[in-house]
Design a protein. Structure first.
Length: 122
C-alpha cells in the first residue's frame, strides 16, 4: 500500500507493507524479519467473541525491498499494486532536491546588503 502523511501542509506518500492475523507466533517471526515491533489490535466490538489480532508492518525503503522479494508470489492484482507503489516511490522528488529548488526560488526574491544581511528585493 501507499501511505499518505501530511507534514506542515505538505503531503508525502511512502510505501508500506502490513500483515494482521490471530497467530502471534507468525507475527513475531515476521517482525524479526522486518526488524520492528509487534502491535496488538483489540477488537473494537466487545460483544463479538473474536481472537486477538496481532499486526506487523514496515514502510519506506524497507517496504520496497520486501515488495520486490514477495512480487513473484503475489497474484496479478497485487503485482499491479506493487508496480504502482514502487513506480511512485522511485519517481518521487527527494527532500534535498525539493529543498534546493525552494531555496533557489527564495534567493531570487532577496538580495544581500554590504553588511551581509539579506533583504527582500521586491
Amino acid at each position: 500500500m501507499t501511505i499518505k502523511n501530511r507534514v506542515s501542509g505538505k503531503i508525502y506518500h511512502y510505501p508500506a507493507i502490513a500483515i494482521s492475523m490471530t497467530d502471534q507466533d507468525i507475527i513475531d517471526r515476521i517482525t524479526k524479519q522486518f526488524g520492528n515491533k509487534v502491535f496488538y489490535n483489540t477488537n473494537p466490538d466487545s460483544r463479538r467473541k473474536c481472537l486477538p489480532q496481532w499486526r506487523a508492518g514496515i514502510s519506506g525503503k524497507g517496504a520496497v525491498g520486501w515488495m520486490r522479494k514477495l512480487y513473484p508470489f503475489m497474484g496479478q492484482r497485487r503485482q499491479t499494486q506493487i508496480d504502482a507503489t514502487i513506480s511512485k516511490w522511485e519517481n518521487r522528488t527527494s527532500n534535498s532536491e525539493s529543498r534546493v529548488r525552494l531555496m533557489k526560488e527564495v534567493a531570487k526574491t532577496r538580495r544581500r546588503e554590504r553588511n551581509g544581511k539579506f533583504v527582500d528585493a521586491l
